[in-house]
Ligand binder design. Structure first.
Ligand code: NAD
Length: 483
């Protein structure tokens, strides 16, 4: 396969540049293991250049009339849409995610730009009637330079949708794409260079432990926004604390329960359980409902239907419109998934579907595994406790409501949960007691623009996708006027 991007450059201070080290990191297509592009391997010096460019650029950006800044963000969105097809093909080849649902990613990114452009006038302060002879009020000011670190599952969408709020509130951003799927950022660099003032949108590529860590530690960057694993999130908190006093928000992993009551429709539940696993991105989704907690009265009926649906999923070339599941994103990630399958078997979980690579000559190269379902998964097993971030659904069973809640809350994570029942009391009582930040009742998976998303427990800090995210990129300054 030919290389999929024309530019192989980072974006620093409005210029497309290589790393001062002269080093590169290859990116491969996970369906074929072919090298399809490369990105500069940034050093701490590159990060310092980006931070200096951003630091120089944000005061004028933040001083611009709000409507003008908002219009520039909308224009950025229009330019992204004009190249949506190109981005789509790069992203599918570089991530392995299937093409049909990936068509939504650029649109989602642009909707987010438009949403925060519209909200930009809401970055405002308050007045306080604290004393009769003074006026007390607050202003909201941007942090200045914001670092945004992005995971591999939706690189372009996160790089744009999750910087829109920071930009709308007057900050300059430095984006760090994931090392295994960095190529859409090369197209993004080209678009952002032309759409936004120099230094407002910067892109630094390279490994997390070097480029990412240098960003986290840079003294000019007080605001760090991270999406990725809990382990990395904790490492970032440590590094940030070593380097200074920083505002870190974290969108991390999940081991999300889908709790099903006996009155739920078994066919609808089976369909939702498979949909909630996001097999279209190989289960590599933070919000995947990867623990299916079934009441014992409907357990067998649902399990049988889920196994049949999963066995029917078409695994193959992610660029084909009729493919249901593509390859795992990287060799490391595949090793991790296979390790979970081995541990599941060893610990006595019952394999119902998948568990091995698909058969056929086209799967000789690439990172393949069939979508997998294990039943009889119990709380002491690794499959119950740890996030796979891969295509493995674990099924457990319960008898009483207390047991269901205890099981749901029995991991370190608390990102999402789904509850399936027609009984409003059971639905709301359960929703109140499950320690997850985002809950669907009789639904799964969807994010709704403007509705906060984020995790409790070790799944994160902060909420994104609503006005709280916008304000999180500002600091409050209080002014007291003595009359
Ligand atoms: P990861 O934590 O391995 O990497 C994420 C990013 O962090 C990458 O860009 C990486 O280069 C960078 N990084 C790694 N080490 C770093 C360090 N020491 N300092 C600074 N940056 C560093 O995650 P991943 O494997 O790319 O993504 C999968 C994880 O992301 C899963 O746990 C998933 O649940 C989570 N995720 C969460 C959400 C959410 O909204 N909560 C959304 C998507 C993915």
């Amino acid at each position: 396969m030919a290389r999929v991007t024309t530019h192989e450059r980072m974006l620093i201070g409005g210029e497309l540049v290589v790393s001062e080290s002269g080093l590169w990191d290859d990116s491969i297509n996970p369906a074929t293991e072919e090298v399809i592009g490369r990105v500069p391997s940034a050093t701490a010096e590159d990060v310092a250049r980006a931070a200096a460019a951003a630091e120089a650029a944000w005061p004028a950006w933040s001083a611009m009339p709000v409507s003008e800044r908002a219009e520039q963000l909308r224009e950025f969105g229009r330019r992204l849409l004009a190249r949506a097809e190109e981005i789509l093909h790069v992203e599918v080849a570089d991530t392995g995610n299937t093409i049909t649902p990936m068509r939504g990613d650029v649109r989602m990114a642009v909707e987010s730009l438009n949403y925060y452009a519209g909200l930009a006038h809401e970055v405002k302060g308050e007045t306080f009637p604290a004393t009769p002879d003074k006026i007390h009020f607050t202003l909201r000011e941007p942090y200045g330079v914001v670092a945004r670190i992005v995971p591999f599952n939706h690189p372009l969408m996160f790089a744009v949708a999750r910087t829109a709020a920071a930009l709308a509130s007057g900050n300059a951003v430095i984006v760090k794409p994931p090392e295994t799927s960095p190529l859409s950022a090369m197209v993004l660099a080209d678009i952002a260079r032309d759409a936004l003032p120099a230094g407002i949108f910067n892109i630094i590529t390279g490994p997390g432990r070097t480029a990412g860590d240098a960003l986290v530690r840079h003294p000019a960057i007080k605001r760090i926004a991270f999406i990725g694993s809990t382990v990395t999130g904790r490492a970032i908190q440590r590094s940030a604390a070593d380097a200074g006093v920083k505002h870190v928000t974290l969108e991390l992993g999940g081991k999300n329960p889908m709790i099903v009551f006996p009155d739920a429709d078994v066919d609808a539940v089976a369909k939702a359980a498979v949909g909630g696993m996001n097999f279209t991105w190989q289960g590599q989704s933070c919000g995947s409902t990867s623990r299916l907690l079934l009441h014992e009265d409907i357990h067998d009926a649902v399990v049988e239907r889920v196994a049949a649906r999963v066995a029917d999923l078409r695994v193959g070339d992610p660029s084909r419109a009729d493919t249901d599941m593509g390859p795992i994103n990287s060799a490391d990630q595949l090793r991790k998934v296979v390790g979970f399958i081995e541990d599941g078997r060893r610990e006595g979980a019952r394999l119902l579907a998948g568990g091995e690579p698909p058969a056929g000559a086209e799967f000789q190269r690439g990172f393949w595994v069939r979508p997998t379902v294990f039943a009889d998964v119990r709380p002491q097993m690794r499959l119950w406790r740890e996030e796979v971030f891969g295509p493995i659904l674990s099924v457990g069973r319960w008898r009483s409501l207390e047991e269901a809640i205890t099981l749901a809350n029995s991991t370190e994570f608390g990102l999402t949960a789904a509850i399936w029942t027609n009984d409003i009391k059971n639905a709301l009582n359960t929703a109140k007691r499950v320690r997850s930040g985002h809950i669907w009742i009789n639904g799964f998976g969807s994010h709704y623009l403007g509705v906060p998303f984020g995790g409790m427990k070790n799944s994160g800090i902060g909420r994104e996708e609503g006005i709280e995210e916008l304000l999180s990129y500002t600091e409050t300054k209080t002014i007291n006027v003595i009359l």
